[in-house]
Design a protein around this ligand. Structure first.
Ligand code: Z5A
Ligand code: MG
Length: 212
């Protein structure tokens, strides 16, 4: 018997906006309410490609900028069989970052067009909901200084935010901007309500393809 499919819900946002905190919280709340839900992340650092990315982010190795962009995308594609299988089994997936981070972080580098950056991710499973956790940089810095990973610099993060803003102009995708300066609990309540709506409407239509 064909049951309801799960929804693909993506959390995006600037550094320290609370994506990982909210992702865990959302999955726990959905499971407590009797739904089937699981958390996935990009990058998924445990795979062979993920290990290359982790070493690059920790500045233990160097990779050419185009090559690393393609590896981040490959790290999403290698999760696609699992994503499709889980969704078709009725499991809702909450993704901590996705293709939008891929485009925004490479697009913030010199000489990369957003159009070029999008190409390797064209055709990925299309999210049913993209929650953009918005936080001003002064508020983000109050949550702790930047760590030592690559990209954790203020000027770069501001260019990343501009790229995200351009991506959010795409009205064919279901973006919702969340004020991430509110308490963890208030942000959670808002995200949870939007997620339950998205799960309901996802069940009525087939999974789409991103940027197609
Ligand atoms: N990257 C890329 O280049 N290309 C790609 O395709 C992809 C990623 C997918 C991966 O980092 C890096 O890879 C990232 C983009 C790049 N580089 N950067 N910069 P990651 O996702 O592994 O990064 P992270 O270490 O998880 O950091 P984060 O994601 O930026 O943080 P977060 O998940 O948004 O925040 P958090 O860990 O949930 O919370 C941060 C702190 O704030 C923590 O102490 C919380 O307790 C606190 N917090 C959270 N919410 C609140 C509220 N509401 N109030 C007060 N305090 C809060
Ligand atoms: Mg995180």
């Amino acid at each position: 018997m064909a049951g309801r499919r799960g929804a693909l819900i993506v959390l995006e946002g600037v550094d320290r906006a609370g994506k990982s905190t909210q992702g865990r919280r959302l999955v726990d709340a959905l499971c407590d309410a009797g739904f089937r839900a699981e958390l996935l992340r990009c990058p998924e650092r445990s795979t062979e490609i993920g290990k290359l990315l982790s070493s690059y982010l920790e500045k233990k190795s160097e990779l050419e900028d185009h090559a690393v962009h393609l590896l981040f995308s490959a790290n999403r594609w290698e999760q696609v069989p699992l994503i499709k299988e889980k969704l078709s089994q009725g499991v809702t997936l909450v993704m901590d970052r996705y293709a939008f981070s891929g485009v925004a972080y490479t697009g913030a580098k010199k000489n990369f067009s957003l159009d070029w950056c999008k190409q390797p991710d064209v055709g990925l499973p299309r999210p049913d909901l993209i929650l953009f956790l918005q936080l001003r940089s002064v508020e983000a810095s109050a949550r702790g200084e930047f760590g030592h990973e690559r990209y954790e610099k203020k000027a770069f993060q501001e260019r990343v935010l501009q790229c995200f803003q351009q991506l959010m102009r795409d009205e064919t995708l279901n973006w919702k901007v969340i004020d991430a300066s509110k308490s963890i609990e208030d942000v959670h309540e808002e995200i949870r309500a939007l997620s339950e709506e998205a799960m309901e409407s996802a069940a009525q239509r087939p999974l789409g393809e991103l940027w197609k």
